[in-house]
Design a protein around this ligand. Structure first.
Ligand code: PGA
Ligand code: ZN
Length: 418
């Protein structure tokens, strides 16, 4: 479409707001000549990959806000918000480092998304439609991948070493039924845990998943029983997913995975056998980061071995939404899916570059939130525009549910509400 002058950026500013953990985060607001406003704030990871973009210079969001207001805002004025690639390239240029360590990857993302929103509003399009048009990818409506039992870095105290026990519906389910089935599983897990531990206070972790003193296998058998009964009652076929987040278990000096809370150590071969054993015993159809972030060869081996179980192997810390790391994975045959977390890489252009590469090479795209989230729901638009099969949004808390509610609205817009 012709932009005229209405999508030209007239004003931009950054401010600090707070995320779901009460930590400061960056928010950027952009206004175009037509009066359209785009705002976006960045989320924050806790179980971060070593190869991610640096969220803030010296870990300080206030510094990023200052850089934006003093150095970047004025240079954005006069640029066309429709030129997303140009604006994103400009952000890379002003940063001048390979991983946004000078201005902060979170600042880059908030700016990139705020500009996309302003452009979409100038063009009277929903964000997903605008993104799918400028980045030329086919849309798809993802189903939720919900974290119902939490351990690892997201959960304090006696909880499983594996970071996330997830539930998701098979693709034939409708969005609404899939969302409701996930919530029902979460509720049933709560009742089962209260019965198992009548004297314990069962808390919810950063993403709303239940935290309980369960070894991994017990968590899996409890979840298996619950998804079977919920699937029978609701008619929604369900599967289990795991995010092992194995980098946080990896002890590089001993070359072992350390399951501290369960008192077990596994060398890489034993780790692969352990995961295969779990997948062959329980209805697990998704495994994220089963090995540490630099073990591409191990990922190839486990991907090959899990193929016959029809189980996705997803790289989160392995790929960190980075096109070069995904290219390496493609050459190695590592993983069959990629987690797409926009703030791991910085801008929307980078996010879509990696998503396009994944699509071309047959990797399933799974859009993902971070454990520290905001009320913004642009992730749902990105998920639809990259043709994601699943979207990881934790499970409870309005910052998590906001993404699902936005998907419901998008589904209605697409005319595929069932
Ligand atoms: P995060 O972890 O705390 O870095 O957001 C989530 C994940 O490992 O998927
Ligand atoms: Zn992960």
């Amino acid at each position: 479409m012709s932009s005229g002058s209405s999508s030209v950026i007239e004003r931009a500013r950054a401010r600090i707001v707070y995320d779901s953990r009460g930590s400061p985060t960056i928010e950027v607001e952009v206004r175009t000549a037509s009066g359209a406003v785009g705002t976006a704030a960045a989320p924050a990871g806790k179980s971060r990959g070593r190869h991610e973009a640096v969220p803030y210079p010296d870990g300080d969001p206030y510094r990023s806000a200052q850089i934006f207001n003093q150095e970047i805002a004025l240079k954005l004025v006069g640029r066309d918000a429709l030129d997303q690639r140009g604006v994103d390239a400009f952000l890379r240029e002003v940063d001048g480092t390979p991983n946004f360590s000078r201005i902060g990857g979170n600042l880059a993302l908030a700016t990139s998304v705020a500009i996309a929103w302003a452009a979409a509003r100038s063009a009277s399009l929903p964000l997903f439609a605008h993104l799918s048009k400028i980045f030329n990818m086919r849309t798809a409506l993802p189903l939720p991948l919900g974290n119902v039992i939490g351990g690892g870095a997201h959960t304090l105290g006696q909880a499983p070493d594996i970071q996330e026990f997830l539930v998701f519906a098979f693709p034939e389910a409708s969005l609404r039924k899939a969302v409701e089935a996930n919530f029902l599983v979460h509720r049933r897990v709560s009742s089962a845990l209260t019965e198992l531990f009548p004297k314990a206070a069962i808390g919810r972790n950063d993403e709303g998943a239940w935290a309980a003193p369960l070894p991994s296998e017990q968590a899996l058998s409890l979840l298996t029983d619950i998804i079977e009964s919920v699937a029978n009652e609701t008619g929604v076929p369900l599967a289990v997913g795991l995010d092992v987040a194995a980098s946080s278990l990896w002890d590089s000096s001993r070359q072992q995975y350390v399951y501290k809370r369960e008192g077990v150590r596994r060398d890489p071969g034993e780790q692969i056998d352990f995961i295969i054993d779990l997948v062959s015993t329980y209805p697990i159809k998704y495994v994220e980061d089963p090995l540490h972030e630099d073990d591409f060869a191990g990922f190839r081996e486990i991907t090959d071995k899990l193929r016959k179980f029809d189980c996705l192997v997803c790289g989160d810390d392995l790929f960190v939404t980075n096109p070069e790391r995904l290219e390496h994975g493609i050459k190695e045959g590592a993983a069959s899916a990629i987690l797409v977390k926009p703030n791991q890489v910085g801008t929307l252009s980078d996010t879509f570059r990696v998503a396009q590469l994944a699509h071309t090479h047959g990797y399933v795209r799974i859009a993902s939130h971070r454990s520290g989230e905001t009320e913004y729901a642009y992730l749902s638009h990105v998920a639809v525009a990259i043709g994601a099969r699943l979207i990881k949004t934790g499970i409870m808390g309005s910052e998590r549910v906001a993404k699902l509610n936005e998907l419901i609205r998008i589904a209605e817009h697409l005319g595929i509400e069932r």
